[in-house]
Design a protein around this ligand. Structure first.
Ligand SMILES: [Fe+2]
Length: 318
């Protein structure tokens, strides 16, 4: 069952914090001064922006990510949807430098393709993603995944978040033989556009799912591990697949999982090394379907500012 403090942390975090009135007005004024940024927020940089009015909200998001439940949701409040990408970009750059591997704001939308037929990120499809962390590349570790919902789907596409830190701790305590497997290094198929996808690169793209020290790190994307190991001619053993099954089941247990729906204008910031996230499949819709914008934020490039995510005091697990 969910422990009292734990369920309270989940409940509180899954309710979106509206932008305060003064912040909404300040962002409108900023947008009026720099209208090009409303269409192309790529012009925002951490160096150029010190948006005083947003600082308390950004500090709240940072503390939720590092020392709270590991995620935070922000709603637009009275700010119009036309300002959403600007607000999202401002909060993002103030949290940590963006990783531009997919562009400053990457559109998470169905392209009508299947990731099972072609090695494309699952974010380009409408399939269920399974619980995962973002980035299958060894040297690219977004500390935070930020999402802005511009258009929700009418059918499915709910967001899932799992406390991977507590789930892995449960596995370590109760099934140490599975924990040992999760600490092994596995290759991940390389799907990032523009990166070399040859066998040598694949061989180098090897790292563990769970790293306990010196700082806990969870990096899991089952499908690309299975495919990568297959491509290398080292398919996973029955024991390894069984370990992944147990991990998937544990992440889905109610005490570690929360589910909610993003509405238009909602922003979600998720710790990408302690939590797993995912979404349910969504229905086929004509043009104008579900659209989210994503930013990857690089806390390590920020010198690890405030990034001490051991979360000992406020973790959910008993
Ligand atoms: Fe993701």
């Amino acid at each position: 069952m969910i422990a009292g403090a734990s369920s309270e942390a989940w409940r509180r975090a899954s309710v979106a914090m509206p932008l305060p009135e003064d912040v909404a007005r300040a962002i409108e004024a900023f947008g009026a001064e720099f209208p090009a940024l409303l269409r192309e927020p790529e012009g925002l940089t951490r160096e150029a922006v010190d948006f005083e009015a947003l600082r308390p909200l950004v500090e709240w998001v940072r503390s939720e990510l590092d020392a709270g439940p590991g995620f935070a949701a922000v709603a637009l409040g009275s700010l119009g949807l036309a300002y959403a990408r600007l607000a999202f970009g401002l909060i993002g750059v103030m949290l940590a430098p963006p990783i531009d591997r997919y562009g400053f704001h990457y559109a998470v939308a169905d392209t009508g393709q299947s990731y099972e037929e072609k090695a494309i990120p699952i974010s380009m499809t409408r399939a269920s993603t399974g619980l995962h962390t973002d980035s299958s590349a060894r040297d690219c570790v977004p500390g935070t995944v930020a999402l802005l919902c511009e258009r929700p789907s009418s059918d499915g596409g709910e967001s899932l978040i799992a406390d991977a830190f507590s789930a892995c701790r449960w596995i370590r305590d109760n099934r140490p033989e599975v924990d040992e497997i999760l600490q092994r290094s596995f290759v991940r198929k390389i799907v990032t556009p523009g990166l070399d996808k040859g066998l040598d690169s694949l061989r180098r793209n090897r790292f563990p799912i769970v790293r306990w020290g010196p700082e806990f790190e969870f990096r899991y994307m089952r499908y690309w591990i299975v495919e990568g190991q297959k491509e290398l001619g080292q398919p996973l053993s029955t024991a390894e697949l069984g370990a992944f099954d147990l991990l998937d089941e544990t992440l889905m247990r109610p005490e570690f999982l929360t589910t909610f729906r993003l509405e238009a204008g909602d922003m979600l910031f998720v710790n990408n090394t302690h939590l797993a996230h995912g979404r349910t499949a969504y229905g086929e819709v004509p043009a104008g379907g579900r659209l989210l914008w994503r930013m990857w934020l690089d806390e390590r490039a920020a010198g690890g500012v405030g990034y001490k995510p051991e979360r000992t005091g406020l973790s959910w697990a008993p």
